[in-house]
Design a protein around this ligand. Structure first.
Ligand code: DX5
Ligand code: ZN
Length: 220
C-alpha cells in the first residue's frame, strides 16, 4: 500500500515558515493545523496564512480544521485552493453536506474523529469522504503521547474501507514516531501526520524517510 508522510508545521519555527517548508521538501503533503481557541484550547492561524503558505511550497496542503462551525468556514479553504480540507465530525452540523460542498469546489474532503468519538456512524458514509482522520491524541497541541486505545477504531475503519473498495485515505495524527508509526500502519493507517518527530529531528528529511520506510514495511 502507498503510504503518505505529512509533516505538521505546528512543530515548525513560526518565524520562519518558508525555510521550514524547504526542510520538508520530501513530504507528501504539508499538514496545516487550524485552531480557533474554541473547538480546542489553542490558537494557530487561519485562511490568510494558508493562502501565503501555498505560495511558498510546491507541496499540496492538508488542512486540519480544529474549529467550531466548519460548515461556515471550511469552504473558504477549498476556495483558496487547498488540496485537502478535513473538518471535525464533532463540530460539523451537517458533515455530508459540507463534504459535498468541499468536493464541488475541488478539494478532497476529510472528516476527523477525536479519540472518544465512535467510528460506527461514519462506516456507512465512506463514499462521501476522501479521507478519514482518526486522531491519536486529543486535538489541540503537538508533542503529546500516542493513544494506542484508538487502534481498534482504525482497524474498524480500515476493514470498512477495504470492504467498500473505495480509495479513502486513512490518516492518523498525534504522537507519531518511528515506533508508533508501526503500530498505526499495522492497524490500517496509510497517511501519517508527524509534527515533533519531523521538525525536532536534526534532519527532517531523514526523519521523513525513516517514518516512510517503517510505515511501508508494516502497512496492509
Ligand atoms: C494536534 C495536531 C497535530 C499535531 C501533531 O492537535 O492536530 O497535527 O501537530 O503533533 P505531534 O506529531 O507532535 O504529536
Ligand atoms: Zn493535525
Amino acid at each position: 500500500m502507498v503510504v503518505r508522510i505529512n509533516p505538521s508545521i505546528l512543530a515548525a519555527d513560526f518565524a520562519n515558515f518558508e525555510s521550514e517548508l524547504q526542510r520538508i521538501a520530501s513530504a507528501d503533503l504539508v499538514h496545516v493545523d487550524i485552531m480557533d481557541n474554541h473547538f480546542v484550547p489553542n490558537l494557530t492561524f487561519g485562511l490568510t496564512m494558508v493562502e501565503r503558505l501555498q505560495q511558498v511550497t510546491p507541496r499540496p496542503l492538508d488542512i486540519h480544521l480544529m474549529i467550531d462551525d466548519p460548515d461556515r468556514w471550511a469552504p473558504g479553504y477549498a476556495e483558496a485552493g487547498a488540496f485537502s480540507v478535513t473538518f471535525h465530525a464533532e463540530a460539523a452540523a451537517d458533515p455530508v453536506a459540507l463534504a459535498r460542498r468541499l468536493r464541488s469546489i475541488g478539494a478532497r474532503a476529510g472528516i476527523a474523529l477525536k479519540p472518544d468519538t465512535p467510528v460506527e456512524p461514519y462506516l456507512e458514509l465512506l463514499a462521501e469522504f476522501d479521507q478519514v482522520l482518526v486522531m491519536t491524541v486529543e486535538p489541540g497541541f503537538g508533542g503529546q503521547s500516542f493513544m494506542e486505545s484508538t487502534m481498534p477504531k482504525l482497524g474498524a475503519m480500515r476493514s470498512a474501507i477495504a470492504a467498500s473498495g473505495l480509495d479513502v485515505w486513512l490518516q492518523v495524527d498525534g504522537g507519531i514516531t518511528e515506533e508508533t508509526v508501526v503500530t498505526a500502519a499495522e492497524s490500517g493507517a496509510d497517511t501519517f501526520v508527524a509534527g515533533s518527530s519531523v521538525f525536532h529531528a536534526d534532519n527532517p528529511a531523514t526523519a521523513i524517510e525513516i517514518l516512510r520506510s517503517a510505515a511501508s514495511a508494516h502497512s496492509h
